[in-house]
Design a protein around this ligand. Structure first.
Ligand code: ATP
Ligand code: MG
Length: 582
């Protein structure tokens, strides 16, 4: 409380909340992470003729989240920095879970983040014919075979990791027989699951991925692009490696879970003697505490109605964050500060909020809004008088100029800015006490009006006309400055305050992650009062409500019924922790 009192308003509250030393260190190291070093070395040695081609390869089975942002910033970022190019490629090999809704939203989100794939939009499904031919080639070369074991048996034969697996009785099928079966698989002669195509590698390998992985399965499912043309679909590892090669990708950047898949990735490219043998490089995925970054689980929240949808402002999806008021600049800054390493770790969600505050502090215009209104009547102010007082739009940015705010006899102030019986450290309004109203006058509380239930409904005050603009000519001082709005001019709005969606640091460690859902992740305030300049403010455009935080109109907001989301509050616990050396 006292901290807020002394820094009651404006930029003081944020001064000194700049990035701590640790964050700057992180930003520096991101500039020269191991992937960039490697690419620089490849360029220097003339490998790939100096070319850098990357790709961002989402599967269109959900909306993008902040983890994907890390990958997008890395792939598009290095392409930009090294004079290369980055493709957007949909890894759409599993028709059962994929949908055009996701294809569209993903493109929109990547663009919103600020990246451009120009004319390089690709779909793995566009390569189905070529992938099929690669598969036939492997069969002809004796490097793949059609297996007719049942699904469960395939698993059993593969064995546990610490024991060698068993070879399938179909492993020695002739190339002719496998080729015939594979063609008939494609032609739709078999039931789903009757046969699969497997690579013939090594059933005793210590790397499970090399124990004759499945390359194709039969699956009668409608594909969002190829329709019903195919009833066999390639598996991810096979399709991914070859799609990279077909697109001439030089550096195929992926997360650490794929480290054990690299030998298989290389195996495909070697066996098929492709022109471009892309280099897979793994980095640690982004984890954020109090947050779930699994599309499957996010989908579950959406389907179970725990959130309003993929764009719920509490979701870690780019859609949700955008609706909440997060900016692409802040998300990119966050990704830079997090950096690229091989070390697994979890990032404090406070850093994300810090980046957002940091950006909005620089660019968001200020305004006054009272979230929990308490009427304040100035008894000695003329009944019908209205003054237009000058207010600063952004103390961090003089070019943002000033605006006029109407002042009148009846105002609203924040309920929590008044206490009838204040403790020692409470410096704001109390009976008999004088405070400053921002940009306006000094007022003194003379009387507290209560309703029958004893609740305070109104404060009767007087003002000192000599203090216009907020300074007393006699030099007398007040200990607090309050924000306010003119009752007759204010706009009524609904304001939603968001908190973490999960109550525990690592919800995914729980047996049921939903146990950790925060029941108070949103607080809806009705009857909030906004200064009139905010009328018709565009959806998604951020404003700092002085002393409250950063807010923007929600996508559901209308001129008649404004709804505002709080993006982040003003308190920066992350920066404070950094300063304390935490
Ligand atoms: P799944 O494959 O389980 O559906 P996914 O999150 O891996 O989920 P993809 O669509 O395959 O989803 O991801 C696209 C790209 O984004 C991949 O290259 C993946 O490595 C990367 N990515 C996904 N999650 C993260 C994360 N948390 N941190 C960094 N990169 C990520
Ligand atoms: Mg994936």
């Amino acid at each position: 409380m006292s901290e807020e009192d002394e820094a009651a308003i404006g930029s003081d509250a944020r001064r000194g909340s700049g990035p701590g030393g640790a964050a700057e260190g992180a930003a520096d190291s991101a500039a020269a992470d191991f992937i960039r070093e490697r690419i620089a070395a490849d360029q220097a040695s003339g490998k790939w003729g100096g070319a850098v081609r990357t790709r961002f390869p989402p599967e269109p089975n959900g909306y993008l989240h902040i983890g994907h942002a890390k990958s997008i910033c890395l792939n598009f970022g290095v392409a930009e920095e090294f004079g290369g190019s980055c493709n957007l490629r949909f890894d759409d090999t599993n028709p059962v879970k994929e949908d055009v809704e996701y294809v569209d939203s993903i493109q929109d989100d990547v663009r919103w983040l600020g990246f451009d794939w120009e004319d390089r939009l690709y779909f793995a499904s566009d390569y189905f014919e070529q992938l099929y031919e690669f598969a036939e080639r492997l069969i002809r070369d004796g490097k793949a075979y059609v297996d007719s074991l049942q699904r469960e048996q395939v698993g059993e034969y593969r064995g546990p990791w610490n024991e060698p697996g068993k070879e399938s009785p179909y492993r020695d099928r002739s190339a002719e027989e496998s080729l015939d079966l594979f063609r008939r698989m494609r032609a739709g002669e078999f039931e789903d699951g009757e046969h699969v195509l497997r690579a013939r590698i090594d059933m005793t390998s210590g790397n499970m991925n090399l124990r004759d992985p499945v390359l194709y399965r039969i699956r009668r499912a409608h594909h969002h692009r190829t329709g019903d043309r195919w009833c066999i679909y390639p598996m991810y590892d096979f399709a991914h490696a070859l799609s990279d090669s077909l697109e001439g990708i030089t550096h195929s950047l992926c997360t650490l879970e794929f480290e054990d898949h690299r030998p298989l990735y290389d195996w495909f490219l070697e066996q098929l003697e492709v022109d471009v043998h892309s280099q897979q490089i793994e980095f640690a995925r982004l984890n954020v505490n109090y947050t779930i970054l699994s599309k499957r689980r996010l989908l579950q929240l959406v389907e179970d109605g725990d959130v309003e949808g993929w764009d719920d402002p509490r979701m870690p999806t780019l859609r949700g964050m955008r609706r909440r008021g997060y900016t692409p600049e802040a998300i990119r800054d966050f990704c830079t500060r997090v950096g690229i390493t091989k070390r697994k770790g979890t990032v404090d969600v406070g850093l994300l909020e810090h980046c957002q505050r940091d950006h909005l502090n620089r660019v968001a215009p200020r305004a006054m809004a009272v979230l929990r209104p308490l009427k304040l009547v100035i008894e000695n102010y003329p009944e019908d008088q209205v003054e237009e007082l000058e207010a600063i739009n952004n103390p961090e940015d003089p070019s943002a100029g000033t605006r006029k705010v109407p002042f009148s006899r009846e105002l609203f102030i924040e309920r929590e800015d008044f206490m009838e019986d204040p403790p020692k450290k409470f410096f704001r309004l109390a009976p008999g006490r004088e405070v400053r109203l921002r940009y306006a006058y000094f007022v003194t509380c003379r009387e507290v009006v209560k309703d029958a239930a004893g609740e305070i409904v109104e404060l009767r005050c007087t003002y000192d006309p000599e203090t216009r603009g907020g300074d007393a000519p006699d030099g007398r001082r007040v200990k607090a400055t309050l924000h306010w709005v003119s009752a007759a001019h204010a706009r009524t709005a609904e304001v939603r305050l968001y908190d973490r969606l999960f109550q525990v640091e690592d919800p995914s460690a729980l047996e049921d992650f939903k146990q950790a859902l925060n029941p108070d992740s949103v607080e809806v305030l009705r009857g909030c009062r906004l200064e009139p300049s905010l009328t018709g403010h565009p959806v998604g455009a951020n404003v700092q409500f002085e002393r409250q935080g950063y807010f923007c109109p929600d996508t559901t907001s209308t001129a008649e019924e404004p709804v505002w989301n709080r993006t982040v509050s003003l308190r920066d616990s992350w920066a404070r922790a950094q300063k304390r050396g935490g």
